[in-house]
Write a protein that binds this ligand. Sequence first.
Ligand code: HEC
Length: 223
Amino acid sequence: MSTSKKKDVKKATCLDMNDTDLVEVHAKLGREKHPPTKHFIQAPLVFVFLFGCLIFFCAIQLAHSTNNFQVHPPLPLVEMTMEEKKEKNLKRKLARGKKLFNSRCAACHKPDGLGEGLFPPLVSSNWVTTDPGIITKIVLKGLKGEIDVLGKKYGTNVNMAAQGLSNRETADVVTYARMAWGNDASEVTESQVEIYKDEASTQEGQWTGDQLKDIYKDSFKGD
Ligand code: HEC
């Protein structure tokens, strides 16, 4: 590319040029234009590529740390063992039993189960903590006549009426009385209450203490 040729190009008009000249001139112009933009085009491509990689790795990281993009993933289901279920049910039963006791029994036997005056205590009483049939049958049918509780006589002036509770309520309140205030007896189930109800179906009116002592001799051996 001599300077003389450049001059020729400048001076020349379209009419003076043949096809070969025109092609040559355009090629020359093309070569002169492109070199400055060469790296200028590459730079943004590198940034786009790096940015793409960044988004890609962030997405992978997010997917891992958020459990497939769930911002609040559901809590893992923890299966309760039979023991845990039983314990939970017993806790609920005792809570229901406590409520019932406070509304249906506590007026006489007191909320702490210690009784007062003419009303006998339920804490450490044979009638409560030995065979579950005894307390359940008392709640089902009531109790009249003299009895001995922890060395003291009760029932000479006042007696206890049948409580008119459902089987479930009876099971709840009896279980509570057998397990509260330091009493450490077994739970009473609804189906046990059903059996005791059947057994007591021929009983007219309230039990007497002697009747129950006769049925549950083992529970009063020490007396
Ligand atoms: C109106 C007062 C009254 C209410 C209410 C009452 N009782 Fe009694 N309870 C008595 C009396 C009085 C005796 C003694 C009866 C007798 O010997 O003739 C007694 C006796 C008992 C006994 C046997 C004796 C003992 O202390 O261990 C148990 C068990 C008992 N009650 C449980 C309950 C439960 C459970 C409830 C509530 C569901 C309840 N009672 C509600 C007055 C009551």
